[in-house]
Design a protein around this ligand. Structure first.
Ligand SMILES: [Zn+2]
Length: 295
């Protein structure tokens, strides 16, 4: 499955559509450069709501799992990536006070060692040099996103250890692990101000009003990948997730040229590295490209 000089990127995500809203332009850019990119989707998104009014119909709700798999196929084709489901069941986003218990058998409730096993197998089979995942807060407080973070960090260690999961393939050491840092306060503010300066209506007014600066994690960003050329590909992939994305909604209300001028990168935090990769950097593969390797 792997060639010696081939660069490989593994992006771990919780639900179908997360790959298109977090780091999608980065993936499209690396695909265009000849990198193999594989999206691992932990759950089928079975408990997602229908967030697009045009798709809010009983026949859609009844076939949610099937429809979301078909949407994922389309997004995968648009992004040019490979994609595999890890086979867990969506935990849903619990709402209410007190929060209701999580549904039995859902991803968030699977014990860590068992939940990480399919990802360990995938890492050993695909042999990525670089892996992306979410930060310790999930980037967004959905139990599946937090669980995605947990299994990613666990599998990163375990995949390299010959004593763990000995039946799941030969050990593989991922060289670099990143957290997605797409939704930072400075980026949101910059886009907000750019829209207002252009006489438009900002989709971020409400967000910014309730955003506690103490929750901003932008100081952790180590890596900015220039990828504005691929923002249209990102948007097309997002629209493919028709149940989840309203094409007339907030995602698409900031004109692309304004986004390109204001914030032309997707941003990451480098959290693990076994190669020499000084930060700040602008390439997820800095330090792992064969020509730069010290033998
Ligand atoms: Zn999600």
């Amino acid at each position: 499955m792997t060639e010696p000089d081939q660069l490989r990127l593994l992006a771990v995500h919780a639900h179908p559509d997360d790959e298109s809203s977090k780091g999608a332009a980065t993936m499209a850019k690396y695909v265009a450069e000849g990198v193999r990119v594989l999206v691992a989707t932990c759950t089928g998104g079975e408990r997602g709501s229908v967030l697009n009014p045009a798709m809010d119909r009983p026949e859609v709700w009844e076939r949610m799992a099937e429809i979301r798999a078909a949407e994922m196929d389309r997004a995968r084709e648009i992004l040019g990536v490979e994609q595999e489901f890890l086979g867990f069941v969506d935990s849903g986003l619990p709402e209410g006070d007190p929060l209701p218990p999580l549904p039995e058998g859902c991803f968030a409730l699977v014990p860590l060692e068992e939940a990480a096993a399919p990802l360990v197998e995938l890492i050993r089979r695909f042999k990525p040099q670089v892996m992306t995942t979410y930060d310790e807060r999930g980037g967004y407080p959905h139990p599946d996103h937090i669980k995605t973070h947990e299994i990613s960090m666990y599998a990163f260690e375990a995949a390299a250890d010959p004593d763990r999961y000995p039946d799941l393939g030969e050990p593989w050491q991922v060289s670099k692990v990143y957290y997605q840092m797409g939704f930072t306060l400075p980026r949101t503010k910059a886009l907000h101000e750019a829209v207002l300066a252009n006489g438009g209506e900002s989709p971020y007014t409400e967000w910014l009003a309730t955003w506690d600066p103490a929750n901003d994690i932008s100081h952790r960003v180590t890596t900015r990948v220039p990828c504005a050329e691929y923002f249209p590909v990102r948007d097309a992939a997002l629209i493919a997730h028709a149940t989840q994305i309203d094409p007339t909604g907030r995602w698409f209300s900031v004109p692309l040229d304004l986004q390109t001028q204001t914030w032309p990168t997707e941003d990451y935090e480098l959290v693990r590295s076994v190669v020499d990769a000084p930060t700040p950097e602008d390439d997820l593969f800095a330090g792992v490209r064969t020509s730069e390797r010290v033998s």
